[in-house]
Structures are given as structure tokens and as C-alpha cells.
Design a protein around this ligand. Structure first.
Ligand SMILES: [Zn+2]
Length: 331
């Protein structure tokens, strides 16, 4: 490559139209999935304090919400439910009248073209707040992996029956994808894709979500199933296993402190669609700094989303989805 003064990289930065032409990464509404929190009750829209602009919605609010989201060009939502009653096995999670099942139905009726993904886990539904069935077979209370697989299948099948378009298991149980694929196929849902939270870290950035979904663990933490933030190579083992077990889309969660993991997963599996979850704590930090006048929210949020795409994510689950669509449209 010829050196300066022949090569001047600033030439390509001079004209805004040239900058447009050589831009490597772009954001569009098609990149986003918006998480929604649904609760039982009537005509309630409860603001989530640590996540400004996000609400716990009752089912009767979902039709208007779904139409607004579809109108912004966002292709998909992912549903999280807050049940009326929690119990040891999270039975609302696989009840036909469960909150997520009702939510799926309401959204599909109001906006049939809006893709409805469901988070498949138990932490919002169990009274102990863990992601599955807890026992102390090994001397201290812990989530029983294989017992949890059975109820995960029941949950996923009930979501599919309710009309969910895509199942997104987030519990980090071993063998989870194979169990769900077999379970869904056995019930005639072989056409429903699975997006695996394949590399999900035990992260402090989930704090605001746990308020939103009322899902903080009542004892201990999730380190026996979620990944150690110190580990990058292990993420490659997790995603390789999930692919073998039949995952259609992979996910890395959280996104911003794990851009290296996103990059490594995309490099290892460029042919597989990759999602990243821009989690509640990442969102809340931007909102709080912006509210203090310390940063320009629009520019910072779009730059962060762009960085997630540049690292290798094909799609981003983000609480900034609606704002980002308005900003990208120039509103
Ligand atoms: Zn969980």
C-alpha cells in the first residue's frame, strides 16, 4: 500500500455523500426487537422507574402498543410476563391462561404481522426467583437442570399453542435446546424457530430488569447456571453446543461489556444469525446520564447500537428500539 502523501484516508471523510457511500455498518428499524412486560389486571400502564419510557402493561393495552410498534417499522417484540401468583415451579409459565399466553394472543390479533417472540424461562414465575426447579440434591439449594428441562418444554409448547412465532429460551440449562426442539417437534411445532440465549452472563447489568419483571432471586444468585463474566472462550463452547442441539439463532447477553464475545461468536459462526441483548442496566445508564444533561442521549444510544452491530450482531434486543426508530427517521 502506497504511503502518505499518496494515501490520504481523510479524502473519504471530506464529503458527506462519500461518507454515506463508504459507511460499513448501518442501523435500521429492521435490526430491533423490543422487549415488553405484561401483567395481569385491567387498564394499567405502570412506569418502570429505572427504565424510563418502559411500562408493565395489562393485556388490554397490548393492541394499541402492538400497532404503534409495528407502525414504527419494528419487526418483532419479545414478551416477559409478571404472573399474578408465583409458586415453586412457576406454573403460570405453562398455564393456558398464563400471562404470556394471553399477551401473545392479544398482540397477534391486533398486529398479525408483528413477530411475537417469547422468553422461555421461570425466574419471573417462581416464588424463589430462580430460573427453574430448585432442590438441594447436591447439598445446597440449586436449580435442578434436568427436572427444569421438562417444564421448559411445557412452557415452550404452551407459548407455541398460544401463537408465538419464535421461542427464546434464556435459562442457561444444559441440553435446553435439544429438549425444546424435540418437545416442539413432537407437538407439531417443527416450524417454530428457537433463538437461544446461548452465551448469557451472570451480570450486574440486569438490575433494572429484575425490578421490571419482579424476578430477583430470593436467595443466592445465578452463577451456577449463567456464565462467568471472565470467560470468553467458554462462550464458543456454549454456542457450538446450542447449534448442535438445533438452535436457529444465537444470542449474546448482555451486549456492551461483551462486544468481544459478540465478535468472537460471529467470527466462529458467520453463517448463523446472531442476536445481542442490550440489557436494562445498559439502557438505564444512558437514560440517567442523559437526564442529568451529561450526554446527548440520541447520539450516544445510536452509537452504542451501532457498536453492537459492528461487533457482529445481526439483530439487537433493545429498550431503545422505539426511540431509535424515531431518531433514524429524523423525527
Ligand atoms: Zn430466568
Amino acid at each position: 500500500m502506497p504511503k502518505f502523501p499518496t494515501t490520504r484516508l481523510r479524502r473519504l471523510r471530506q464529503h458527506p455523500r462519500v461518507r454515506d457511500l463508504v459507511r460499513e455498518t448501518r442501523l435500521s428499524p429492521h435490526d430491533f426487537v423490543l422487549p415488553l412486560f405484561i401483567r395481569h389486571g385491567q387498564n394499567e400502564r405502570i412506569p418502570i422507574g429505572s427504565m424510563p419510557g418502559n411500562f408493565q402493561l395489562t393485556v388490554d393495552h397490548l393492541a394499541a402498543e402492538a400497532r404503534e410498534i409495528a407502525g414504527l417499522g419494528i419487526p418483532a417484540v419479545i414478551l416477559f410476563g409478571i404472573p399474578e401468583h408465583k409458586d415453586a415451579v412457576g406454573s403460570d409459565a405453562y398455564s393456558e391462561q398464563g400471562i404470556v399466553q394471553q399477551g401473545v394472543d392479544a398482540i397477534k390479533q391486533a398486529a398479525p404481522d408483528l413477530l411475537v417472540m417469547t422468553d422461555v424461562c421461570f425466574c419471573e414465575f417462581t416464588d424463589h426467583g430462580h430460573c427453574g426447579i430448585v432442590n438441594d440434591r447436591h447439598g445446597s439449594p440449586d436449580v435442578d437442570n434436568d427436572a427444569t428441562l421438562e417444564i421448559l418444554v411445557k412452557e415452550a409448547v404452551s407459548h407455541a399453542r398460544a401463537g408465538a412465532d419464535l421461542i427464546a429460551p434464556s435459562g442457561m440449562m444444559d441440553g435446553m435446546i435439544q429438549a425444546l426442539r424435540t418437545g416442539l417437534d413432537g407437538e407439531g411445532f417443527e416450524h417454530i424457530p428457537i433463538m437461544s440465549y446461548a452465551a448469557k452472563y451472570s451480570s450486574a447489568f440486569y438490575g433494572p430488569f429484575r425490578d421490571a419483571a419482579e424476578s430477583a432471586p430470593q436467595f443466592g444468585d445465578r452463577r451456577t447456571y449463567q456464565m462467568d463474566p471472565a470467560n470468553g472462550a467458554e462462550a464458543l463452547r456454549e454456542v457450538a453446543l446450542d447449534l448442535e442441539e438445533g438452535a436457529d439463532i444465537l444470542m449474546v447477553k448482555p451486549a456492551l461489556s461483551y462486544l468481544d464475545v459478540i465478535y468472537r461468536v460471529k467470527q466462529a459462526h458467520p453463517e448463523v444469525p446472531l442476536a445481542a441483548y442490550n440489557v436494562s442496566g445498559e439502557f438505564a445508564m444512558v437514560k440517567a446520564a442523559a437526564a442529568n444533561g451529561w450526554i446527548d442521549e440520541q447520539r450516544v444510544a445510536l452509537e452504542l447500537l451501532l457498536s453492537i452491530r459492528r461487533a457482529g450482531a445481526d439483530m439487537i434486543l433493545t429498550y431503545h428500539a422505539k426511540d431509535a426508530c424515531r431518531w433514524l427517521a429524523g423525527d
